[in-house]
Design a protein around this ligand. Sequence first.
Ligand code: G6P
Ligand code: MN
Length: 445
Amino acid sequence: MKLTILGGGGFRVPLVYGALLTDHAEGRVTEVVLHDLDDSRLYAVARVLAEQASTVAGAPTVTATTDLDEALRGADFVFSAIRVGGLEGRANDERVALAEGVLGQETVGAGGIAYGLRTVPVAVDIARRVARLAPDAWVINFTNPAGLVTEAMSRHLGDRVIGICDSPVGLGRRIARVLGANPREAFIDYVGLNHLGWVRGLRVAGRDELPRLLADSDLLGSFEEGKLFGVDWLRSLGAIPNEYLHYYYFNRETVRAYQQAEKTRGAFLRDQQARFYEEMRRPDAAALTAWDRTRAEREATYMSENRETAGAGERDADDLSGGYEKVALALMRAIARDERTTLILNVRNQGALSVLDTDAVIEVPCLVDANGAHPVAVAPLPDHATGLVCAVKGVEREVLAATESGSRASAVKAFALHPLVDSVNVARRLVEGYTAVHPGLAYLG
Ligand code: G6P
Ligand code: MN
């Protein structure tokens, strides 16, 4: 089984490779091909992988290339984990938005739109090449904004592209843990768009345990989302939102905190990772140790401004292990070996959430087997959540229209219609600001 990783020089590739090393079963991945535009990043990551593999018998072979078509040919699975414009681009997404007084997060609000506008054309090119060169491959999209990018690719790959994110899984795991339930036995009733979803129930043997959590202040305030949103607000909602909804429900505070931060998240990661890749140039560097130290710092500081505004304190030790590589591996196993399982994934709606059309990519529990991921029909969302989901899907569709037509007016419309952008004039200035800093937006005439 051949797995191609696009963005193969990316910092989180060793997480994926580490997950592959735990898989010894028949039908596992035996060959990993890393693709990246940047040779030195490939070299750095390959060094980490080599150290990871050194103690494991039968570790998947690793090769690296900067030739995209060569990387794709013959692939059974393609992981797409690219970052168009790099972390410098992410820092610019944040800076331009914050200067206008609106959020610049990489997936939420103006920043997510800017990132989407320059990523979609590249993702679509990849999708077209996969369709031509590896028509039977399954594409697992990690690239943010994951829902939007998956929808763009699905227009060329249909249901053979599946988007993943670890935040719903982490949320489900935390809720199960505080309720004393086994996450493997619990069905998480979660739905929405990527980074815009809500847990409305957690069923164990058919019984919904969420009301028990909502009724118990101590339990409710004891985990990440309880600390972030506050017990009272969760109870008012009657649901547990994805952590990214903190940017919506506490928008004013998060924007201010990001404006006042010494460095935005993108700038912090840009500098932190630059140090890591620089260190990897030294022939005597201890690659895996340096990588792990950098990773731990990244995990510990994740959403730190949000947690600070909420007075949430440090992250729980259990939440520091990420988990997106586990979702990816579980998904790959389910498809490659028909190991049936239920995972929360980004797939075309197909009627699961009836308020959106069938081709809209949503984030929803799916039954996964050798035939792919099949969304489970879910109960409708309450009106306010439906409103947000529809508004943001409308924005995503404007982004897709802008990338297809090159229309600047569509780009302005995408920003202006976003619930976290409060004026059409702001939207116009955002388009000016972003096209001035991002070469990848030159197509917007
Ligand atoms: C979460 C999100 C991902 C994001 C990751 C890293 O897992 O769901 O979409 O890529 O965090 O965030 P960071 O701010 O460290 O890049
Ligand atoms: Mn995510």
